[in-house]
Design a protein around this ligand. Structure first.
Ligand code: ADP
Ligand code: MG
Length: 331
């Protein structure tokens, strides 16, 4: 049965894959990624560098084509790319990148940067000026910033401009790829506060990508953990942090500094970070995490586990998940 666009999730990603040919090697950056994102939701996507997060972001924002699979926006299949240059697509998905310095054109003033998306709406010059003032206000920059060039702005101010540009034509979904990773910690918190306020005020949805799990914990409603091009665990964020079930998630959580005794108590048993993420050109056999997993068995090296539902909204890709839970290793 087809779902009507009203019932469809805002974003429905199905078996998305992407590979790159690099010389003789094939880089498998994404290998069958599935998830849905509802209107108003902040879905977090975490994982070490090289796990495929930015590749996924670029495909969803329409700037790169998938090698396989599809994704639907409000029930419409947009993966063929035919809508990517169109207004319909841009009014649904916009992107904010990690580095605001390279994402803003240094030769354009803030107003000129914000004008680019507004032109696609066919607004008059006067209406564009009004909208630019509104956008600056939304991101808490005064009107005096309109005539300024990026070189005169701080990192945080540049990222505010990048957010304003993404908001210009009122998208429903913003893909945020490490939006605060290039900023000082004190500035990070302010940008996060801004993004959360805008989500509520404008009924936005975010795909929030970060390698920083402590940030994810405070931001995302639901969190997916990626490893070598696949989601290995996904759950409502509070559940994922309270009851991480995949050894990789446990390893990532163990690497977060603990700030209080209470937090230390809540935290599951420590797993040391072993080795580094293998290359996506030479993937390990079976479960791709087996080369770093403290619980590896022979069976883990043979076949890649399916993503299995293990609780309400909670799924993990590990053949030992039940056994480890019963044995108490996971608590
Ligand atoms: P993340 O954002 O999680 O760090 P990326 O999506 O940037 O991960 O990269 C995933 C994998 O794909 C890495 O192995 C990376 O080297 C590779 N990759 C990404 N973009 C390209 C490209 N344009 N050409 C070749 N390999 C790429
Ligand atoms: Mg990245």
């Amino acid at each position: 049965m087809d779902v009507t666009p009203q019932d469809a999730p805002l974003l429905d990603v199905r078996q998305l894959s992407k590979s790159f040919q690099v010389g003789r090697d094939r880089v498998q950056a994404l290998r069958g990624v599935d998830f849905t994102l509802r209107t108003g939701q902040i879905l977090g996507l975490a994982g070490e560098s090289g796990s495929g997060k930015s590749t996924l972001a670029r495909i969803l924002a329409g700037s790169s084509a998938a090698s396989g699979g599809q994704f639907l926006l409000e029930g419409q299949d947009v993966s063929a790319g035919k809508l990517h240059d169109g207004r319909w697509f841009k009014q649904r998905v916009q992107m904010v990148f990690q580095d605001p310095t390279s994402s803003l054109n240094p030769r354009r003033t803030v107003a000129q940067t914000l004008e680019v998306p507004l032109r696609t709406l066919g607004l008059s010059a006067a209406a564009r000026q009004v909208r630019i003032a509104e956008l600056l206000d939304l991101v808490e920059l005064g009107g005096e910033y309109a005539s300024v060039f990026p070189s005169a702005l701080s990192g945080g101010q540049k990222q505010r401009v990048a957010v304003a540009r993404a908001l210009a034509i009122q998208p429903r979904l913003i893909v945020l790829d490490e939006p605060t990773s290039a900023l000082d910690v004190s500035v990070q918190a302010k940008i996060i506060q801004l993004l959360l306020r805008l989500r509520n005020q404008l009924d936005l949805s975010y795909l929030f990508i970060s390698h920083d799990l402590s940030l994810m914990r405070n931001v995302a409603d639901e969190t997916a953990i990626m490893y070598l091009g696949r989601i290995v665990e996904q759950a409502p964020t509070a559940e994922l942090f309270a009851r991480p079930r995949h050894p990789y998630t446990r390893m990532l959580l163990s690497a977060i500094p603990v700030v209080s005794a209470q937090e230390a108590q809540l935290r599951p048993a420590h797993i040391a970070v072993i080795g580094e993420i293998p290359s996506a050109t030479h993937l390990p056999s079976g479960c791709t995490f087996h080369t770093r997993c403290p619980y590896v068995t022979l069976a883990c090296k043979r076949a890649e586990p399916e993503l299995e539902v293990i609780g309400p909204g909670h799924a993990a890709r590990c053949i030992r998940v039940h056994e480890l839970e019963r044995s108490g290793v996971m608590s």
